[in-house]
Design a protein around this ligand. Structure first.
Ligand code: KMH
Ligand code: ZN
Length: 284
């Protein structure tokens, strides 16, 4: 793992996701204006990257290019936060619908590194399909557009797919790897320090690592991530509670807390431009 400068932490905010609804947390930003306003508030608090999911007018997950373009334009008119689109999309989207967002030209896009089974809810028993061939198609299209993949790893076995992309020259250093911990819904390893450390042990050398702990693990394991020198992801996509029994008011509230913790650990949140340098993205 590449250690990012000790006095910095790159904070990603994942504001919306595919599974959370406004009935679960009324503060969830869904429409482009809401997503852009919230992204700006998160940027002001210290987020460097914004992970984006699109919703249609009814709040249903969409991969439509126009929706993502609208979100990008609105965010870019306010600030220079790094835009990272989700190609995981949601369970209702096809292979092509999931990747459509990248034609709205984000700087980064998520790349899910293996097939997972959805184990509960409406889509129980439906696989979240990310076969090796699919991953290669997605990453090739990203490469053509100069988009950096954010490789999402939910368990050790998925590291085989990272190795495959490295061997085929389909990803460039520094490899950006996001460890998703505790997403029981789709087969992630538990969100514990032991699993976190053990995944780090198996990573390729030139990897910048981010941690995305789900639910109540978001606070303790992002704190551990900062101590270990990883980047961290917070936000309502992964956790709707600010603390036990108290819903978060906004995504910015999570970012502000991450920044407070970082400062206690003598770190400053990396600005988007500092993050671009660390991740090897072109300056904007
Ligand atoms: N909900 C996250 C844990 C994606 O958008 O590509 C997984 C995710 C997938 O972020
Ligand atoms: Zn996502």
């Amino acid at each position: 793992m590449i250690k990012i400068p000790e006095d910095k932490v790159i904070i990603t905010v994942a504001q919306t996701g595919a599974l959370v609804t406004k009935t679960m947390n009324a503060g969830l930003p869904e429409q482009p204006t809401e997503i852009a306003e919230s992204a700006y508030a998160c940027y002001q608090e210290g987020a460097a990257i914004c992970h984006i999911h699109g919703r249609d007018k009814d709040g249903k997950t969409t991969g439509a290019k126009e929706v993502f373009q609208d979100i990008h334009d609105r965010i870019r008119s306010k600030c220079k936060i790094i835009i990272q689109d989700s190609t995981g999309g949601g369970p209702n989207l096809s292979f092509e619908q999931r990747i459509e967002c990248i034609y709205a030209k984000p700087e980064m896009a998520s790349l899910n590194m293996g097939t997972m089974m959805r184990v509960s809810g409406q889509y129980k028993g439906t696989p979240f399909s990310n076969m090796r061939e699919d991953i290669e198609v997605y990453v090739t299209r990203m490469k053509e557009l100069g988009i950096k993949p954010e490789m999402e790893i939910y368990s050790h076995a998925m590291l085989r797919e990272v190795e495959n992309l490295i061997q085929k020259g389909l990803v460039e250093k520094p490899y950006y790897i996001n460890l998703v911990l505790g997403m029981m819904y789709q087969g992630a390893v538990d969100a514990t320090p032991k699993y976190f450390n053990s995944l780090i042990d198996f990573l390729p050398q030139d990897a910048v690592v981010n941690v995305t702990p789900i639910g109540a693990a978001q606070l303790p394991l992002t704190t551990l991530g900062m101590i270990l020198g990883t980047c961290v992801r917070v936000g309502m996509e992964d956790n709707i509670y600010y603390r036990k029994g108290e819903l978060a008011k906004s995504n910015a509230q999570f970012v502000a807390r991450a920044v407070r913790i970082a400062r206690e650990l003598n770190k400053e949140p990396a600005t988007p431009d500092e993050a671009r340098k660390i991740l090897g993205l072109k300056p904007v």
